[in-house]
Write a protein that binds this ligand. Structure first.
Ligand code: DLL
Length: 439
């Protein structure tokens, strides 16, 4: 079988040479951050680390970690490393307690990011002869623009569909002969079901591959999607803070994702102690950007729990592989591809005059996430007129939508009806766990 790479020399470089490149880039990136980002310089000074102390990746452990809370504290410009005039793009994702994470990009940062996505598309068999339908959301979310840029770099005919409007997705897919589909796995499954409902068989479409990520999915779901669309389904991983999709991607082995190690240095740590764990251990992924200009992050804690493997891969790529995220070390939920924190829900409840007595119930029905929130009314609020309650539920739902970007179903329940816990309150009931979906 012919092997395909977007940047063959880099993707198949012997590991010793990759390490050399990483060492050189790391020394430069640390000095760049120290000189240009006061927030991180203060963290380094507090820890007594100077840029000169970092001579190679072996010294990485000396650097302080960055966490989502730091991004919140430094919001919006505190981690920006260059003049805003040099930036050409902002992307964003939800953060804790409602403050969004804002990431900045120079043109060079965008180019590197899109190249990483192009590597993923080529690894999934993409060429300039393909029609690539991008059905991730466009806008502040990185999914749409990342895969869109990658598709351009490969030279595919790019269909910038964004997510939603499934009938139109299907019409374009059929009329324009889409060969690659990029979207969240749950949306891919939904498209597959809708095609079937419309009477199409898997062989009726021209799709050959899908590049699916941004949320956890199982091997079972992969098999279902592959069957319903008649394709090979590849996983792709990334996070806004570290650029977006394309931090890691699956190859033809479909068994773990290669991390683009020439741009992102990876460590696995014990989430409780912060201690760096030996390769092969299960722990939290930590990324250090190696050549970012606008928003370089050193030792950023992702909260994603994974295992790394350097076992030789039959695709010929030498980059380390990560497993699918096996869980999170914080309370972030991913619902319909959107990151949601219980603290955001609490903030909306308090703003709208409710006490934080609530329960979130998540499930996956027909491959789509359901999202319900039970909220207790106070004695004063309580009404037994259904219309009054329905109106209040609608108001709360639109406040939630404004904060989270997705619509939960709100159920106002009578005072004191949510079971009180004697220990930690059980705020989240995630029934997707029964399907093996761990986040
Ligand atoms: O989800 C970027 C992305 C877009 C990745 C499109 C892949 C495809 P955020 O919205 O910042 O960025 O969410 C990042 O999503 O820390 C993981 O917990 C989760 N995540 C991302 N990819 C995967 C995946 C985008 N393939 C957070 N499997 C990350 C499981 C994933 N979880």
């Amino acid at each position: 079988m012919q092997k395909n790479y977007f940047q063959k020399d880099m993707e198949t470089m012997p590991i010793e040479e990759i390490k050399k490149i990483q060492n050189e880039k790391l020394v430069k990136q640390v000095k760049y951050v120290y000189d240009n980002v006061k927030y991180y310089r203060d963290l380094m000074d507090k820890k007594g680390v100077k840029p000169e102390d970092i001579q190679s990746t072996d010294d990485l452990y000396k650097l302080p970690f960055l966490k989502k809370d730091d991004l919140r504290e430094a919001y919006p410009f505190g981690l920006l490393a260059t003049d805003i005039k040099n930036c050409v793009r902002i992307q964003s994702t939800s953060g804790t307690t409602g403050k969004r994470v804002v990431a900045f990009y120079t043109q060079n940062d965008v180019d590197v990011w899109e190249e990483c996505c192009a590597r993923a598309i080529v690894a999934a068999g993409g060429t300039n002869g393909d029609v690539c339908q991008v059905a991730y959301g466009y806008g502040l979310f990185t999914g749409g623009s990342g895969l869109h840029g990658g598709s351009h770099k490969v030279g595919c005919l790019t269909l910038p569909m964004s997510s939603g409007n499934t009938d139109r997705q299907i019409q374009f897919m059929m009329d324009l002969n889409s060969t690659i589909l990029c979207c969240t796995p749950s949306y891919a499954a939904y498209i597959g079901e809708t095609l079937k409902e419309k009477g199409y068989k898997p062989e009726d479409n021209k799709l050959k591959a899908g590049i699916f990520g941004a949320e956890p999915w199982t091997e079972e779901m992969r098999r279902d999607i592959e069957k319903s669309l008649g394709i090979k389904a590849y996983d792709i991983y990334g996070l806004t803070e570290i650029s977006g999709p394309g931090v890691a991607f699956e190859c033809e082995e479909q068994n773990g994702m290669h991390i683009n190690e020439d741009h992102f240095l990876v460590e696995v740590i014990d989430p409780d102690t912060g201690e760096v764990l030996p390769e092969g251990s299960k722990g939290e992924l930590v990324f250090t950007s190696l050549d970012k200009e606008a928003f370089p992050l050193l030792r950023y804690r992702t909260r994603d729990i994974c295992v790394l493997s350097r076992e030789k891969c039959s695709c010929g790529r030498t980059f380390v592989k990560m497993t699918k995220p096996l869980g999170r070390s914080d309370d972030m939920m991913i619902i319909r591809g959107v990151n949601v924190f219980p603290s955001q829900i609490e903030a909306v409840l308090l703003n709208c005059g409710y006490a934080p007595n609530y329960q979130i119930i998540i499930d996956r029905v027909n491959n789509t996430d359901t999202f319900d929130i039970n909220v207790e009314m106070s004695k004063e609020d309580f009404s037994d007129t259904p219309k009054v309650i329905t109106n209040k539920e609608k108001q709360l739902q639109s406040a939630m939508k404004a904060m989270l970007g997705i619509n939960p179903k709100i159920h106002l329940v009578s005072p004191k009806s949510i079971t009180r816990s004697e220990g930690k309150a059980v705020r989240v009931i995630d029934n997707r766990k029964r399907l093996g979906i761990t986040v």
